[in-house]
Design a protein around this ligand. Structure first.
Ligand code: FE2
Length: 376
């Protein structure tokens, strides 16, 4: 079996009882929020947006919020021992805790999800300050990850009540990152379909693509993946599970070092991947590379493209084509102490898929890294 596109019938069946405007923010629990914020500003071109900590009356947790176009990252660390955030970091290392979804009505979203079997994380609560009010609610998903619904139509503050503007004279130039294109979860072997059902039943998502181990395998390792999308396509969550192979797959390595299920990568979109990746490289961001032979057969494989192949080859940018167009993509190395989360930079030129034609080259690149770590 190869890639399958969900039938139109299935698309029709799903009623969009859970309209989502987009990704509101991603919150990462990290061991040093101040330094992590500096890293995302310096290396990835985010700007200071908001802050919460001792100076704002937050005695347990400190959060720095950085923004680039529509992407907002909240970086949170504990200010004392014995917090749940500290326990999370001790178990998982740095990683994504919250995927916040921007909705029109956070109470309705919560109630719809709960009615369909979600596990509650946070009952709808109203948060207010001088700039208006926000309603937030939350449900659990795989691992310790949660989805928080954010309703902010009556709010005009800088981020959320409880935060103040983070004034900083240091605001590096952005690198052209625009929005979150998709966010991938790694789940335990045998659990992919469980979470596919969860997104279908509880969140009203539909499965738009599926890859089995014949699509995504190298000589040594394999994984399976299904891509879930919300009604308007603004939220896409591929879900991976490891498949049996001769050696340990990248998903197995993730599950071992994250000590459980979690977010594997965040894909962020750009309109000019050559410029974005050049900028990121010059700021010290490290990427996975493929052998130069990849580019020898590129035109043959994907046909004519606008970009200069020499530039793509120099930067290690990958290309894939589907029925609707093509896409360019590249993956960073993991961005924290443990070999767990990483970023994908993606530019879509019509293509709505995820780069199936690159899987083999890409996974071989990841395996070279795993080999160096002794975790293959
Ligand atoms: Fe991806």
């Amino acid at each position: 079996m190869s890639t399958t596109i969900a039938s139109e019938k299935k698309q029709e069946k799903a009623t969009d009882f859970m309209p989502i405007n987009g990704t509101d923010y991603l919150e990462l629990y990290v061991s040093n929020s101040k330094q992590a914020a500096h890293f995302y500003k310096t290396a990835f071109g985010f700007k200071s947006l908001a802050y919460k900590g001792l100076e704002t009356g937050s005695r347990e947790l400190e959060s720095y919020v950085v923004q680039q176009d529509k992407i907002r990252l909240v970086l949170t660390s504990p200010l004392k021992s014995g917090t749940d955030v500290g326990r999370h970091i001790d178990k998982h290392g740095d990683g994504v805790k919250v995927t916040a979804l921007w909705v029109e009505d956070a109470t309705y979203a919560y109630e719809e999800a709960m009615k369909r079997g979600a596990k509650s994380y946070m009952k709808p609560q109203v948060e207010e300050d001088d700039h208006g009010k926000v309603v937030r609610s939350g449900i659990h998903t795989y691992g310790e990850v949660v989805h928080i619904f954010v309703e902010r139509k009556e709010y005009n503050g800088v981020f959320l009540p409880g935060y103040r503007k983070w004034e900083s004279d240091y605001q590096p130039e952005p690198v052209g990152l625009k929005y979150v294109d998709h966010m991938v979860g790694n789940v335990e072997e045998g659990k992919m379909n469980y979470w596919v059902n969860f997104y279908e039943e509880v969140m009203g998502f539909t499965q738009i693509l599926s890859f089995d181990d014949k699509d995504i395998s190298t000589e040594y390792t394999a994984l399976m993946s299904k891509v879930m999308s919300n009604g308007n396509g603004r939220i896409k969550f591929p879900i991976n599970e490891p498949a049996p192979g001769k050696k340990k797959s990248q998903v197995d390595e993730y599950l071992e070092f994250y000590e459980g299920e979690g977010v594997q990568h965040i894909a962020v979109a750009t309109d000019d991947i050559v410029k974005t990746v050049s900028d990121l490289k010059s700021r010290g961001v490290e990427f996975l590379t493929v052998p130069t032979t990849y580019y020898d057969v590129l035109t043959e494989r994907v046909g004519k493209i606008d970009e200069d192949i020499e530039s793509l080859s120099k930067l290690g940018i990958l290309v894939d084509r589907d029925d609707e167009g093509y896409l360019l993509q590249i993956f960073t190395k993991t961005v924290q102490a443990r070999p767990t989360m990483f970023f994908e930079i993606i530019q879509r030129k019509g293509a709505t898929s995820f780069g199936k034609g690159n899987f083999k080259a890409l996974f071989e690149a990841i395996e070279r890294e795993q080999e160096l770590r002794g975790t293959l």
